[in-house]
Design a protein around this ligand. Structure first.
Ligand code: IPE
Ligand code: IPE
Ligand code: MG
Length: 252
């Protein structure tokens, strides 16, 4: 098996995906396997967030979008929701100096108003204090679901149309994209889901129209930089045709 350095050397640095999205799944099962509480799995998962953020930044990924908590996750037991909300605020506060040192800008995507005030304040502080950072753009999807996001976009477009600021006949795909939480950002090139499930779970449905999907059985706390490098190598071996033929793509 190749070392991390060998794997990194196999990655074409000129073709690193601009935008990588991740569904960070498997914390609960990781904890259960060890006889630990689910919260311990989430805690361990934070180390993986730290690793993949640094690795993304170092390898030249421009946008990293992480699914931290879905709209549907509000239906989990109260104590787990409380633990997750607390950990997210705690982790962002702890990571902030290093994020700043690495020029990482934080964006929050989701219905943040539902997040308890103590965590929200920490998150808002991280967003405002990294607003000048021009390196990796780190999107944290929190209280997020794609259908929530698309519904919000529809509502805003309808309001603008009713106010006479948007002509319905002039609505294009770009107009819709511009009303999503990811407005102004490129679509993900690569979506990685850990934890073995091969589903999307209400994540970035519009944005992943042409993303390459990569599923791994590795549980999120066990997702190492080696596994991440494997995903990037796999991605680089794929031909993105966008509906065209292989011959057309080769001629371009
Ligand atoms: C992902 O891990 C983290 C969140 C959804 C917040 P899970 O908590 O879903 O872990 P599993 O899927 O139960 O193992
Ligand atoms: C998806 O994981 C959401 C996050 C990773 C935050 P889940 O564990 O909630 O997904 P499902 O419900 O099993 O599909
Ligand atoms: Mg899960």
């Amino acid at each position: 098996m190749e070392s991390l350095e060998e794997k990194i050397s196999l990655i074409d640095k000129t073709r690193v995906p601009c935008h990588v999205a991740m569904i960070m799944d498997g914390n609960g099962r990781w904890a259960k396997k060890r006889g630990l509480a689910r919260g311990d799995g989430h805690m361990e998962g934070i180390s993986t967030v730290h690793r993949v953020t640094k690795f993304s930044s170092d390898i030249g990924v421009k946008y990293l979008t992480l699914y931290a908590f879905s709209t549907e996750n509000w239906n989990r037991p109260d104590d787990e929701v409380a633990t997750l909300m607390y950990l997210i605020g705690w982790a962002i506060e702890r990571e902030l100096p290093e994020l700043l040192a690495n020029n990482v800008r934080i964006h929050l995507l989701g219905d943040i108003g539902r997040v308890p005030a103590a965590s929200r304040e920490r998150l808002d502080y991280a967003v405002s204090s990294t607003a000048h950072c021009t390196g990796l753009q780190l999107n944290i999807c929190l209280s997020y679901s794609s259908r929530w996001e698309i519904t919000e976009a529809a509502r805003r477009m309808a309001r603008e149309a009713a106010a006479g600021k948007l002509d319905p006949d002039a609505i294009t795909e770009q107009t819709v994209a511009g009303h999503l939480a990811t407005a102004g950002m490129p679509d993900p090139d690569l979506l990685i889901r850990t934890g073995g499930e091969e589903r999307i779970s209400n994540y970035l449905l519009w944005q992943i129209a042409y993303s390459e999907l990569y599923f791994t059985d590795v549980l999120w706390p066990d997702f190492t930089n080696e596994e991440y490098a494997d995903a990037l190598i796999d991605y680089q071996g794929r031909e993105r045709r966008y509906g065209k033929t292989s011959e057309q793509v080769a001629a371009e």
